[in-house]
Ligand binder design. Structure first.
Ligand SMILES: Cc1cc2nc3c(=O)[nH]c(=O)nc-3n(C[C@H](O)[C@H](O)[C@H](O)COP(=O)(O)O)c2cc1C
Length: 290
């Protein structure tokens, strides 16, 4: 009932771990065996230390983070994930197509698909400012590595960027990343984050994610993976009715732990049964038709 498939990636349910959440070690990734698929932390060609502390700040209505794409670099990372017994998707960032390609080729034996992170809100040209012009050729190049390619986009200019990814042959669009944002500590009159600007995630961004998924699904014929503010099965249903084929969960894991996948899958199945649906696929895009 919950099984689904995006490109050649088969999933026992449509719930995926979002990139950047406990995705740096094999042990932490393997905790998410109840998820349909698990996305790694975004990995680059070389090690990056990330930004200075604080990199994480909790607000009453979500989380601000500016980790700064800290990661050990792909050569170290593959030693870490070798042998992981999960449906793994490799998230990649880079400053140009050569860097994306380097990481994709190293990732290839260990992952079922690539997710190209072209939307980190606090990493400039390594993220949301990755040139729209370069998206098409980057996707075309990574497609040649021989695995499905998903492209992760943020709110800015999303339809134009999705169009370029699709022209390059993307197999799916992941929407959205955290949203560029900031908070000030009024006691010291300074931004709370070490990097000043960060990404905002959690429940409050869900309506923005829903809007992006809906617009992509309404304009293009490509599977969309919805992400942003999902905390329960009703959020999943909402994203899927807006046109998502699968969803990812990030911030909610800080509050509920890895058990959230089992819990949501169970409630999702019950909701489908109670509402007379035979398969999760039956609800995809329903709100687009109405
Ligand atoms: C601490 C933290 C680190 C993140 N790191 C990454 C990352 O490395 N790559 C990426 O594509 N997204 C990253 N994200 C964004 C999430 O994958 C997701 O798109 C975003 O948080 C919205 O979903 P949520 O509201 O369920 O958290 C990160 C989010 C958080 C909170």
């Amino acid at each position: 009932m919950l099984e689904t498939k995006i490109a050649s990636v088969k999933m026992k349910n449509p719930l995926m771990l979002a990139s950047g959440i406990l995705g740096l070690t094999k042990e932490s990734l393997e905790k998410f065996k109840d998820a349909g698929a698990v996305v790694t932390k975004s990995i680059g060609k070389k090690e990056r230390k990330g930004y200075k502390n604080p990199v994480f700040y909790e607000l009453s209505c979500g989380i601000l983070n500016a980790i700064g794409l800290a990661n050990p670099g792909i050569d170290e990372y593959i030693k870490e994930i070798k042998g992981a017994r999960i449906n793994l998707i490799g998230s990649i960032f880079g400053k140009n197509e050569e860097e994306f390609l380097y990481v994709a080729e190293k990732f290839k034996p260990y992952v079922k698909a690539f997710e190209l992170n072209m939307s980190c809100p606090h990493a400039k040209k390594l993220g949301m400012e990755y040139s729209t012009r370069k998206i098409r050729e980057t996707v075309e190049l990574i497609k040649q590595v021989g695995k499905p390619v998903f492209v992760k986009l943020g709110v800015e200019n999303i339809l134009r960027r999705a169009e370029k990814a699709i022209e390059g042959g993307a197999d799916g669009i992941v929407a959205i990343n955290s949203i560029k944002a900031m908070a000030i500590c009024i006691d010291v009159a300074k931004p709370v984050l070490g990097n000043k600007i960060g990404g905002y995630s959690g429940e409050a961004i869900k309506p923005i994610g829903i809007r992006c998924v809906y617009e992509i699904a309404a304009n293009f014929d490509i599977p969309v993976i919805g992400v942003g503010g999902i905390t329960n099965e009703k959020d999943v249903i909402e994203y899927m009715m807006a046109g998502a084929h699968a969803v990812q969960i990030g911030t909610a894991i800080y509050y509920e732990g890895e058990g959230i996948f089992k819990k949501i899958a169970k409630k999702l199945k019950r909701w489908l049964e109670e509402n007379g649906y035979n398969s999760i696929k039956d609800i995809i895009g329903l709100a687009l038709k109405n």
